[in-house]
Design a protein around this ligand. Sequence first.
Ligand code: PLP
Length: 462
Amino acid sequence: MLGEELPQIVTNTLPGPRAAAVIARREGAVPAAIRCGYPLVIERGEGAMVADVDGNRFVDWVGGVGVLNLGYSRPEVVAAVREQAGRYFHAMANIITHEGYVALAEALASRAPVAGNRALSFFANSGAEADENAVKLARAFTGRPNIVVFSGAFHGRTLLTMAMTSKKAYARGMGPFPDGVYRADFPYLYRAPAGLEGEAAISWYLGRLHDVFEQASPPEQVAAIVVEPVQGEGGFIPVPLAWITAVRRLCDEHGILLVVDEVQTGYCRTGRFFASEYWAEAGVRPDILTAAKSIAAGLPLSAIVAREEIMAAVPGGVIGGTFGGNALACAAGLAVIEVMERERLADRAVEIGATVTARYREWAERFDVIGDIRGLGAMVGLELVRDRTTKQPHPDLVAALVAECAARGLIIESAGTYGNVIRFLAPLVITDAQLAAGLDILEAALAVHAAQPEPLYATYSR
Ligand code: PLP
């Protein structure tokens, strides 16, 4: 079974001949802006493994960028979707009620650690849409126009979420953007101003948030502060608990809603069903939670959860959409929760994260390009630098490692404002042997490239 196998490259070149033919067709049919640098055309996926059209096997540490926490082709999800497909594909929520929509709304409301007594949920199709809807809710509830987001944040590629997303490579030439979006510094402690650590660093970052209130938008004009519990695209940086506790206090003081974007962190990735459960354990609850990615194991679905008073503030007709809460996606969504909880994948995420982090720490003794190792559960970032003292980012090395690993059967991806972080987002059903095989490949790739004055650019030929 593919799901139990280990990576193996059997072609003399990558892409192999069949994959090369599809990639050439892709170049003639798909805009280059839908970027893909990987030499891989999938034939089949199972668990954490991908078989390509030439018979190569890869272990996947990207998992559709956080979509495949439950792995490829999970039989229970396949069965639920098949069963649903045999009855109906779609019933638009505004016209015909379908029970899957209601059951998934209930399941999310009972799991999302949002503030308030009774939560309600509704559905959209993507992470960006969920985040846009969270902003709509916050504006409706508070009657205020502005939102505060952070450096390094990624919230999507729609017009509003391009404005919310920090890295302008995702929005080049796309302005003008909606007004009312203001940015504060995210507590990226590894890159805090020199000499600042611990509490001093946290109060420095809180000061930057106060600066936004002083210099950009007074707090009484702010509807919401939107934050990822662990920044994903921004470089796998967890929010410090002391910082989010202080942010919650500021929100309460000024009547601002706290929105947690759990698009990448949700669904057991960090060792809890939602990462903001760690906040709740420390007494901090968000007002609105958004989820997407792994919610339906690969079918397009996203969710917005908030207490009923917030939901009640939105006038009818302002939220919703044709496909939001599609019946096939909801059936998949219910199966995902059932399997994740039965198999205790949140606990498995903690185990996986500990294995990966321990191995990275060993490497840090050998490879001085390793600047920082951080994360939460199985969301682990490895930040590479040219120099540990200056912390100058080393994106070229990351690019070389991505190519070298692919050539050896491991799919990894970069992240971070400077493109110098390797992200770990492997499916949580990865076997111990596959995890070890992936770590061996990354270690071998580091051994080849880290010692070079400039990385050797790997080609995919062996
Ligand atoms: N929010 C976060 C934290 C994300 O990581 C992403 C996607 O990577 C999004 C929002 C946007 O999601 P989508 O690509 O489904 O619109």
